[in-house]
Design a protein around this ligand. Structure first.
Ligand SMILES: Nc1ncnc2c1ncn2[C@@H]1O[C@H](COP(=O)(O)O)[C@@H](O)[C@H]1OP(=O)(O)O
Ligand SMILES: [Mg+2]
Ligand SMILES: [Mg+2]
Ligand SMILES: [Mg+2]
Length: 308
């Protein structure tokens, strides 16, 4: 039976199932062995998994929600997909167990923008750092990231199954994992593995962390924050795009954290938003003062980020 839940609940609930289906496509491409790598630009790869996962996600979402604007990293996709790639209804457990937040209850499709990163961490995927690969579906309303799904197709569960799916919706909460606070007696930062430079490094140095985790993927770094492995995600560089941060920002903030640019400004995710997050990414977990971290970022870094 078709779900009668409010629109935003059906979008999140459907995104849970769609991201899981895309995750299976990503694993299947890897099993077949031919990744079909294309170089889109410097340090910027695309594989058959990126392309197919995006087709699955955009075809499913656009059939279910024809008037929602959907923007995917891999551009325009052929939406003629195999029937078994199409998800046609939301995850029932999600829509039945959770109440829609009041301010999001009466949305029209035209008021929602969905940002899709079909495979975040493409370079980690091609290099075998598979746990860092995520599927990101971010939901924006009034230009703000309000909800999203991070699916981790290679996460190994306690029962030996592959994959987990974390959702978040502001005013409703989050699910799919139990967030753990980071240790109180140390300060750890997570940052890029493959896109560093002197400005990225000077922002890190200014925070005098006890440890710096250098791992790929925007989705994975926000999962590290929620797992209590780091207190802050610090990336003082352009390179990330709206589809990299929409879902992670919404999920982090649904858990009491904050994600902004390096000057403390929230990115805007409206349908006409530019793609690059040109003034960097700063994420902090609940209980860590975003303002205090911002106040330690050197002026030279802020000036460089503001010019981008
Ligand atoms: N210079 C860049 N060019 C293209 N994508 C980038 C760049 N920098 C970051 N990204 C995207 O942001 C994600 C997080 O960056 P990093 O791993 O450096 O922290 C990357 O996995 C990549 O997403 P994707 O893999 O979806 O293309
Ligand atoms: Mg990419
Ligand atoms: Mg990405
Ligand atoms: Mg991607």
């Amino acid at each position: 039976m078709a779900s009668s839940a409010p629109l935003v609940m059906r979008v999140v609930g459907s995104s849970i199932k769609i991201a899981q289906r895309a995750g299976k496509i990503i694993r299947d491409v890897m099993c077949r062995g031919d990744l079909g790598i294309v170089e889109k630009g410097k340090d910027d790869l695309q594989t058959e998994a990126d392309r197919s996962a995006q087709r699955c996600i955009v075809a499913s979402l656009s059939k279910m929600f024809p008037n929602i604007t959907i923007i995917g990293e891999e551009g325009q996709s052929d939406l003629n997909v195999p029937d078994d790639w199409l998800i046609t209804e939301p995850n029932a457990e999600f829509t039945e167990k959770h109440d829609c937040p009041g301010p999001l209850a009466d949305l029209k499709e035209s008021e929602i923008v969905i940002w899709v990163d079909p495979l975040d961490g493409t370079s980690e995927y091609t290099q075998g750092f598979l746990e860092r690969v995520t599927v990101l579906i971010g939901i924006a309303v009034n230009e703000r990231a309000v909800g999203g799904v991070i699916h981790q197709p290679y996460y190994k569960t306690d029962t030996g199954e592959l994959g987990r799916t974390i959702w978040g919706l502001k005013g409703c909460g989050s699910g799919g994992m139990l967030p753990v606070p980071p240790p109180a007696d140390r300060f750890m930062v997570t940052t890029t593995r493959s896109h560093s430079n002197t400005i990225v490094q000077s922002a890190l140095d200014a925070l005098t962390p006890d440890d710096v985790l250098r791992v790929g993927g925007a989705g994975y770094k926000v999962l590290q924050l929620l797992e209590g492995k780091a207190h802050a995600y610090v990336f003082a560089s352009a390179g990330c795009k709206k589809w990299d941060t929409c879902a992670p920002e919404a999920i982090l903030e649904a858990n009491g954290g904050t994600l902004t640019d390096m000057l403390g400004r929230h990115y805007r995710y409206g349908k006409d938003a530019c793609f690059p997050n040109s003034s960097g990414v700063l994420g902090t977990v609940a209980g860590i003062s975003h303002e205090t971290i911002l106040s330690k970022i050197p002026e030279t870094v802020k000036v460089a980020m503001n010019k981008m």
